[in-house]
Design a protein around this ligand. Structure first.
Ligand SMILES: C=C(O[C@H]1C=CC=C(C(=O)O)[C@@H]1O)C(=O)O
Length: 344
């Protein structure tokens, strides 16, 4: 039986499961929990699959690896479909207002960056979870592509470009990802000062926060990476851990990164919680395999959606700095929403 068939069976039987594909691999890994127990996660010494929200005050869950297997990703030739665009004037106004408020707050306070986001609902009458998941994997080969399900929480899916951390034995890796422009055929385009500064802030934050926890910290040159129809700026960061068991400390230092929250962390988080008119839930949280085969690999939950009652609820945001232009920030969230809409 292939992974599609096994996932279908787990979903029909309402068993918790997750399927995930690492960037640039052609193998999908599947974890199925045989009971429908909802396991709250707070013990980083366990093995399993962690699904954690943006806001640490909300609950994170663990899917227990009662069944675990790897399988080749099925290759399909999909035509990107997409959905009919509806009138977005009201949503646009709301987003532009919060972006303007973020810019003003940055100008008037010690906050230098705030990531502002929104959700958007798309009606889908004939949602087929495996078709959409397979499309996502085929469409975005260099993303981390997952589908996560728990009968007591719901169904989430995404294709994220951002690693939170990877720990294999004593080797530690992370990345500073920020800055967005649309891909127009050139993989090495010029970048504006706003995007370069926005990405530098993420790199500086990681340096400052990890200096004491990670040895031999190394930063690559900033490079342009493609995420479907978008491009981002990225620095690869690596180092050595004194104690490879210290995943919890590292997660607490990094999450939520300035790529999804802002700088300084607590003040920008407060702005987000007070001003975004919805709950981010698991968007911009983190997810991934913990202590499985000597490895922990967590990703930031971006370019993702939740499926509820014939609706796809997708989540998109962008980093705001003093240089931001509100209209352009709206357009950026529209471009990010196309990553998901293209496979529905
Ligand atoms: C917050 C998101 O993207 C982050 C990751 C890369 C680039 C970003 C940016 O340019 O704003 C964001 O920081 C999102 O996709 O919802």
């Amino acid at each position: 039986m292939n992974y599609s068939e096994q996932i279908n069976i787990a979903f029909k039987a309402q068993k918790p499961f997750v399927a995930y594909k690492n960037p640039n691999e052609n193998k999908v890994q599947v974890i199925i929990q045989t009971s429908d127990e909802l396991i709250e996660f707070d013990d980083f010494s366990l093995s399993g699959y962690v699904f954690a929200p943006f806001n640490n005050d909300e609950k994170a869950y663990l899917i227990q690896p009662d069944v675990y297997f790897k399988d080749e990703v099925q290759v399909f030739d999909f035509e990107p479909t997409g959905v009919e665009e509806k009138n977005q004037e009201a949503a646009k106004l709301t987003h532009i207002n919060i972006v303007k408020k973020a810019i003003k707050t940055i100008q008037e306070t010690e906050i230098s960056k705030i990531v502002v986001s929104r959700k958007e609902e798309v009606l889908v009458s004939d949602f087929n979870l495996l078709e959409v998941y397979n499309k996502l994997m085929n469409q975005y080969p260099n993303a981390y592509v997952y589908v996560w399900f728990h009968p007591k929480v719901g169904l989430w899916m995404g294709a994220t470009p951002e690693t939170l951390l990877n720990i294999e034995n004593n080797t530690f890796k992370t990345m500073a990802l920020a800055g967005t422009q649309t891909f127009k055929g050139d993989l090495n385009p010029a970048w504006g000062t706003k995007e370069l500064e926005e990405q530098q802030m993420v790199s500086d934050f990681i340096k400052e926060h990890l200096e004491n926890a990670v040895q031999n910290l190394e930063f690559s040159k900033v490079e342009t990476v493609r995420a479907g129809s978008l491009l981002h700026l990225k620095t690869n960061i690596s180092g050595t851990l004194v104690d490879s068991k210290d995943v919890e400390t590292l997660v607490k230092l990094l999450h939520p990164t300035p790529a999804v929250c802002g700088l300084p962390k607590e003040l920008s988080k407060k702005f987000i919680l007070q001003n975004e008119s919805y709950n981010r839930s698991y968007y911009s949280g983190y997810l991934g395999a913990l202590n499985m085969a000597n490895e922990t690999s967590f990703f930031v939950n971006l370019r993702c959606f939740q499926y509820v009652n014939n609706k796809v609820v997708l989540y998109v945001g962008g980093g705001i700095t003093a240089e931001s232009n509100a209209e352009k920030e709206w357009e950026e969230t529209v471009a990010k929403s196309q990553i998901i809409k293209a496979v529905l």
